[in-house]
Design a protein around this ligand. Sequence first.
Ligand SMILES: [Fe+2]
Length: 410
Amino acid sequence: MALIVKRGTLPKTPHTEFYAKKDVLALEEIHGSYGFSGAYARKMHVRRYPTEQIAPPKAADFKLAATPAGELPLQPFHIRTGAIPYQDDFVRSRKVLFFGLSTSVSVSKPTKSMAAGEFFRNGEAYEAVFVQEGMGVLASEYGELSFKPGQYLIIPKGATLQWRLRSPRAFFFIIESAYPIHFAPHYLNAHGQATLTAPVVETEIGLPQLKPARDEKGRFSVLVKHNNGRMTRLTLGHHPYDLAGWEGALYPFSFDSSDHHSVAREIHTAPPARQTFQSGQAPYNGFSICTFRAQVEGWHPKDIPAPYAHYNVDSDEIMFFSNTSYGPRQGVIEPGSITFHPASLPHSPQGAAALRSMASRGKISDYLAVMIDTFFESLAPTKTALAYADKGYPLSWAKAGMAQGVWPSQ
Ligand SMILES: [Fe+2]
């Protein structure tokens, strides 16, 4: 994240003597990305290092690993995540649906907050979490961020989190990456500011509000996800939210999808104009995240607003449909539907979508969907995804197809 933020109190000069409490030397920590070379945060702990465990680490009684669906024939998928039950807290409700070497996609549909003395740390992936339903607070050592439907929460690998609900239930779409997730770099100028033609404005992000340091002894469990979904329970003897202050460019932040200020053109606007975030070194690895939201459809007198059939042979595509207004899939998708189109198969609008879309020429659309396009990374479905798959999806184009004109007789 290009925006450098400072919260609480810490010494002006890094790694110098500092006392947040009288006669108690504060202890400094660097939370870094790309080793010591990427975005980082400098954190001042009031009196304890975050390494002080008071019980041996042990395996948690659950895992968040992907269970592969097996060697299925090549096919597109439509997953009805609306049918997945709501249960438990944010962590235990997580279900991996698609996974690759550095990317995975999950949903979580919790009915309660995490326990007060328990925390979650994704030790192997950065996360972008889209809030489909529910309200609450994402707490971390960096402070508290409120969330509501339609928002993204962008979370650094290794942050120590507590998901608290202020609604009876919630529904999250979770994208994980081995690489940092941030605004598309080509939207930022050499000074880190969003350019005046970008669809995002970097200062519109929501920032964590640091609360007074929890300078407390006790037993605090940190559930750490590592090594492809294994979970280890660490037990700290002090509260993990013990910062007097922090500063830097690596921290959780929120971004409202309605703040993706769409860029349109006279003829069909291809997805790169809808890109919000990026992970990895595009276009060589990682992925882009696009926000499909309200925008003026092409106003050329003969524009076809429905997209092309497309065959992007270097990208696996996943779309999460927040509502059902997306024209090319109308009649197929439900709220919360996920489609998966692997690189090696072309895909297109369904049925009469291209003809139908002409009615929206020059008008403002009202769809909301999140799309991930990987770069040179194949994804695969899990057994869980398969359990909620629409088995008729691979043949749905033929079923919905429109015969046009007069065919030659056979
Ligand atoms: Fe597509």
